[in-house]
Design a protein around this ligand. Structure first.
Ligand code: HEM
Length: 452
């Protein structure tokens, strides 16, 4: 018999459809996005299981806020981040407790506004070059193009030229190994392996690319340390952080760099791809975007100082991140007994929440599945956003690269759209792939030159 909940606490309802051995894992393999949205039917906190591992799902925006802010100290990051620690090491995304606080403080200066203004030149120049290589009148799958662009930008903002000749290949090889952190977190077999030590533990499919990347990075770090000056890039800031006494060790710098490769590429690529997907399907939105870009830029390339005036462009991006948040499912794990929405969670309890489901909740957004950038005009919108809009998370673990990402996305969107109009091409529907990041499987678009 299951024990009664503690006095004053309630038991989270178990979501129907639990299967022996696998629990609800099959629902994530089917239509995961629909499943996470359906979970809100079962109340603010419900319970599912991944194999033998019970998981509480938080579906209320207020409780998610509580989880990420006022109760944040009672949680670390959970199963997906355990899986990520194998390829990433213990960088900011996976670190917990004091180590996280200390590293966050050290990394912050690399993301200050003034620093991002410097990275913006690289972002604008690379975006324009990539967009210019797309000839008007031709059709292109934008997904690989955008992947190349975001990696190019990240490498050039992390490491100012001249770059190590092996770096690009080493990062690309490492990124091409599929570590499948989300798949592991949702795998019943993996959950059983934790319980039954006789099953083999998960190992990366091939750790060669990781070792090679670390070796190249050590070479670069040595060269930077030898000169000791600020080259205007992210790595210089990591090395200068903390001064002579509190500086990061080489191993810590390497872990942080690897974390930034992962955190700063797939998420931005997915956001830009989804935005272009929506814009290409909405001539009315595209017209207003063109009007704004024509007025603000008057034919010039977009630059950092233009960003505050690109109000509608920002609304378009905001709405794309609402409908298609790259971090569609996030996780935490209780590190001490804690009560959430009246439900008592023991230490070790895993908790899921889905920005995707929160962003499509009809209690928060009218016609939630409609792409409507106008819902972000005016002050009321900003207020609503504080509770229900979480593409970058919230609280102490809020995305450190948020301003970096907005800057890059705005400059890239302007570069791809200012001089051309976009239209969907091909008859196959674009399918969402809900992996560690939510991204489109492909994005075939045709570009037509706009009359100048
Ligand atoms: C549109 C693009 C991006 C999205 C949607 C995004 C989303 C997120 C989310 C949701 C989190 C919090 C995860 C959690 O609470 O469990 C996060 C954390 C983080 N992101 Fe981003 N991110 C983006 C771009 C970037 C970029 C460009 C960088 C760096 C160049 C970056 C670096 C980080 C780091 C270092 C963390 C860990 C922060 C911490 O735990 O203190 N992100 N991101």
């Amino acid at each position: 018999m299951r024990p009664d909940p503690l006095p004053g606490s309630v038991r989270a309802p178990v979501v129907p459809g639990r299967r022996p051995l696998t629990g609800h894992a099959g629902r994530f393999r089917g239509d995961a996005l629909r499943f996470v949205c359906e979970l809100r039917r079962y109340g603010p906190v419900s319970k599912i299981s991944i194999g033998p591992r019970p998981v509480h799902v938080v579906s209320s925006p207020d409780l998610v806020r509580e989880l990420l802010t006022s109760q944040a100290r009672s949680f670390d990051k959970g199963a997906m981040f355990d899986a990520l620690r194998v390829p990433l090491g213990d960088g900011l995304i996976t670190a917990s407790g004091d180590r996280h606080l200390c590293h966050r403080r050290l990394l912050q200066p690399a993301f200050h506004h003034a620093r991002i203004a410097r990275y913006a030149d690289v972002m604008a120049e690379r975006s324009l070059a990539r967009a210019a290589s797309w000839d008007p009148g031709t059709t292109l799958d934008l997904v690989p193009e955008i992947d190349r662009l975001t990696l190019d930008i990240l490498l050039r903002t992390l490491f100012a030229a001249p770059q190590d000749p092996d770096l690009h290949t080493a990062v690309k090889d490492w990124l091409s190994v599929k570590y499948h952190a989300m798949r592991l977190a949702l795998s019943p077999l993996h959950a059983w392996a934790e319980r039954l030590p006789l099953l083999p533990a998960w190992r990366p499919p091939d750790d060669g690319p990781l070792r090679r990347l670390v070796a190249v990075q050590h070479r670069i770090v040595d060269a930077y340390r030898a000169t000791g000056h600020d080259r205007g890039d992210l790595l210089s800031m990591l090395l200068l952080a903390g001064g002579p006494d509190g500086a990061l060790t080489d191993a810590e710098v390497t872990d942080e760099l690897i974390t930034l490769f992962l955190a700063g590429t797939g998420t931005v690529s997915a956001s830009l791809a989804w935005t272009l997907y929506e814009v290409s399907r909405r001539p009315d939105v595209q017209r207003r975007l063109h009007d704004e870009l024509d007025t603000v830029l008057a034919g010039r390339p977009c630059a950092f100082d233009d960003l505050p005036a690109l109000v509608y462009t920002r609304q378009v991006l905001t709405e794309a991140l609402r409908l298609h948040p790259p971090s569609w499912l996030l996780m935490r794990r209780a590190v001490r007994p804690v009560t959430l929405g009246g439900v008592r969670l023991p230490p070790g309890a895993e908790v899921f929440f889905s920005p995707y489901a929160l962003h499509r909740d009809p209690r928060s957004y009218e016609e939630p599945d409609r792409f409507a950038p106008d819902r972000w005009s005016g002050r009321a919108a900003a207020k609503a956003a504080r509770h229900t809009y979480l593409p970058f998370g919230a609280g102490a673990r809020l995305c450190l690269g948020e301003d970096f990402a907005w800057t890059e996305l705005t400059l890239a969107l302007a570069s791809f759209t200012a001089r051309r109009s976009l239209a969907p091409a091909g008859s196959a529907p674009v399918r969402p792939l809900a992996g560690t990041v939510l991204r489109p499987d492909r994005l075939l678009l045709s570009a037509h030159a706009r009359p100048s």
